[in-house]
Design a protein around this ligand. Structure first.
Ligand code: AMP
Ligand code: MG
Length: 329
């Protein structure tokens, strides 16, 4: 299959929606990372997403909606004591990089939720994502449009690198503004939990929770990285993720990174933007992490050294992705 690359205009959205309606897979930009879309009610297309990505079938997909009214089609009503909280979170963060678990509607195929009775919902803010969902006529499942385990794609080029020949098309919307995946929360449990940290922070979420009379959110695993949970609540968190072929090493300072680089050459060093010199040290930020990890592979570096000083360590979402990229599993 030849993968088409569309630029963004009215006609390409209609063509892409037509491909989705005929059961094909189309990748598209969102503000977090590029997603690989299929119509949520097209069970065989959803199954092919797992094949195209090499994604384990017990890792559920996020359903992307364009309007609040779409919720009726994919979720059951929330218990009354959680409805107000959901509405407040929706008001504060949607559309945007927040994914919320809701009770699953029986018409959503089980393959979407890996058999769980909850369905993960997000309202992407990106105009191309919204236009495509509307044109397709139903919500779209859209995991990150990469081969499973490899860093998520933040450009159309990254999508083509991983999935060319495996999907019908990608819509090129340039680089993603956020660069890491959405924050995933569960508000159905006794304590409100963060299943995956993301660019919407615990502090932001807690403000809304407290205003609605709830206790602050807790990180699901008890460990901020969301790792090493015996029974992960968010099934995807147990898998190897975000890892380039190059070996990923962590350093606590630029000096330590330079030392490591001498014994692990050729090495690409990533550090906070203030330290980037465009030559040996490249930028480390939410926006640039995945592109930089991919660059290490495409430019033949054996090692990537990430400088995780205290400021980087304070960014829980970024550290979550870095720890996984560096993990051996
Ligand atoms: P991805 O779309 O590849 O960025 O991954 C989606 C994330 O959402 C994974 O970590 C999934 O395990 C998680 N997820 C999706 N649906 C559910 C659900 N119903 N319950 C818990 N976690 C979910
Ligand atoms: Mg992913």
């Amino acid at each position: 299959m030849d993968t088409q690359r569309f630029s963004y205009n009215k006609q390409s959205i209609q063509e892409a929606a037509q491909l989705l309606r005929s059961g094909e897979l189309v990748a598209f930009p969102t503000e977090t990372v590029y997603g690989l879309g299929a119509r949520v009610f097209d069970e065989s297309a959803v199954r092919r997403i797992f094949v195209a990505k090499g994604r384990p079938s017990d890792n559920p997909l996020i359903v992307h909606c364009a309007e609040k009214a779409d919720l009726m089609r994919v979720s059951e009503p929330l218990p009354s004591n959680r409805k107000q909280l959901f509405d407040a979170l929706y008001e504060a963060f949607c559309p945007g990089a927040l994914t919320v678990l809701l009770p699953k509607h029986s018409s959503v195929p089980n393959v979407v939720t890996a058999g769980l009775n909850t369905v993960a919902i997000r309202f992407p803010a990106h105009p191309i994502a919204q236009a495509l969902i509307r044109a397709a006529g139903e919500p779209l499942v859209a995991p990150s449009a990469n081969r499973s385990g490899y860093p998520s794609p933040t450009t159309a080029q990254h999508v083509l690198h991983d999935l060319s020949g495996r999907i019908a098309a990608v819509i090129d919307g340039g680089a993603c503004a956020v660069g890491i995946e959405s924050t995933v929360v569960n508000i159905l449990t006794e304590s409100l939990t963060i299943l995956r940290p993301g660019s919407i922070t615990k502090e932001q979420l807690d403000k809304t929770a407290l205003e609605q009379g709830f206790q602050p959110f807790v990180y699901a695993s008890g460990k901020e990285s969301g790792e090493n949970n015996a029974a992960p609540l968010s099934p995807g968190m147990k898998y190897r993720h975000y890892a380039p072929n190059a070996t990923v090493l962590l350093a606590s300072s630029l000096e330590e990174a330079s030392l490591l680089a001498t014994t692990n050459s050729p090495a690409l060093i990533l550090a906070r933007p203030e330290y980037a010199d465009g030559a040996t040290v490249h930028e480390l930020s939410e926006q640039s992490l995945y592109g930089a990890l991919r660059k290490a592979d495409s430019e033949g570096f054996q090692t990537v050294i990430l400088v995780c000083d205290s400021e980087v360590q304070n960014n829980i979402a970024l550290m979550n992705r870095i720890s996984k990229a560096a993990s051996e599993q």
